[in-house]
Ligand binder design. Structure first.
Ligand code: COA
Length: 288
């Protein structure tokens, strides 16, 4: 790990024509398994391990965790798009070769640490994350996509939680987030059968919001991002927090909504947003 200001030349393999950008960020580590590109308030993060279908080993999880934190701390980033390198996979799951010899305590720690470092963290980010599901999203890959705030799939995407075929269960939030998104019956069919569903079926079940041809996937996500970045980052953060609270055991989402609705009135973004409406101009939100 190294600390310091670094300048990166990043390229997203899915942007056509290829766009290279020089990005200055305070980086805590080398992202050997990630590509990151920031342009006009939108970061595109690509998990770059295509020879292993972008499977999530501990290094990838650590790097994603750090990268998301850096992007969250960067005030110029207002939306993140997460995708996988290549045309075959978003993420084909947790790296099976890493945990095949694990004991019970190691298995428990793997799940707990992964959730804390990455899966719950993504869901709780103030910055909206769009999963651009460009192929297989299996096991931890689907769980990662479900931790994101919005999912868009390419027409070749195949989604599933095949863990029971390996003798284990989904351990990165899949047993909780899949029923939230598709309902208990459909979730249990996917989990117990270990079968994949295609992109169209995922859309009809509400697991992804849109399906587009693969070559249009990043463009579609950029189009959603372009609408998000016009709005108040502070209000967006409050909205994410209020929605997530409703899914937390023992917490009252309606109470949280009342609280955060009130808090919003104390922000500069609220003054700017309402003033801009009265003055018939576009709001210039600063995220404060
Ligand atoms: N963990 C570790 N390695 C993985 C992986 C995973 N979850 N998914 C794929 N890979 C690796 C393969 O081992 C292979 O590596 P190799 O070339 O060194 O042998 C490489 O990625 C390509 O995968 P391959 O299986 O040859 O591709 P395919 O097109 O024949 O099959 C899948 C694609 C997705 C159907 C298949 O790779 C698969 O079933 N992967 C595991 C999915 C899974 O169970 N995920 C949940 C894990 S909890």
């Amino acid at each position: 790990m190294r600390v310091g200001r670094q300048s990166f030349m990043f390229r997203s393999p899915q942007l056509k024509p290829a766009v290279y950008l020089r990005v200055n960020i305070i980086s805590l580590m080398d992202y050997s398994h990630l590509l990151c590109e920031i342009d006009n308030h939108v970061a595109v993060v690509t998990i770059n391990r295509p020879d292993k279908l972008n499977a999530l080993n501990i290094e990838v999880i650590d790097q994603l965790s750090h990268c998301f934190q850096e992007l969250e701390d960067n005030n110029s980033v207002r939306c993140i798009i997460l995708t996988g390198a290549g045309e075959k996979a978003f993420v084909a799951g947790a790296d099976i070769s890493e945990f095949s010899e694990f004991s019970v305590p190691q298995g428990r720690a793997l799940s707990a640490q992964g959730n804390e470092k990455l899966f719950n963290k993504v869901e709780d980010l103030n910055t909206p994350v769009i999963a651009a599901v460009n192929g297989f999203a299996l096991g931890g890959g689907l769980e990662l996509a479900m931790g994101c705030h919005i999912r868009v799939a390419s027409d070749n995407a195949r989604l599933g939680l095949p863990e029971v075929s390996l003798g284990v269960i989904p351990g990165y939030g899949g047993t909780q987030r899949l029923p939230q998104l598709v309902g208990k019956g459909r979730a249990l069919e996917m989990i117990t059968s270990a079968q994949m569903i295609n992109a169209e079926q995922a859309a009809s079940w509400g697991l992804v919001n849109h399906v587009v041809p693969q070559e249009e996937l990043i463009e579609k996500c950029q189009s959603i991002a372009s609408k998000i970045i016009r709005n108040s980052p502070t209000a967006i953060a409050y909205a994410i927090q209020a929605v997530n609270t409703g899914f937390e055991e023992g917490r009252d989402g309606f109470e949280e909504e009342i609280h955060l609705f009130g808090e919003a009135f104390g922000t500069k973004d609220f003054k700017e947003g309402t003033m801009a409406f009265m003055e018939k101009r576009k709001a210039n939100f600063k995220g404060s």
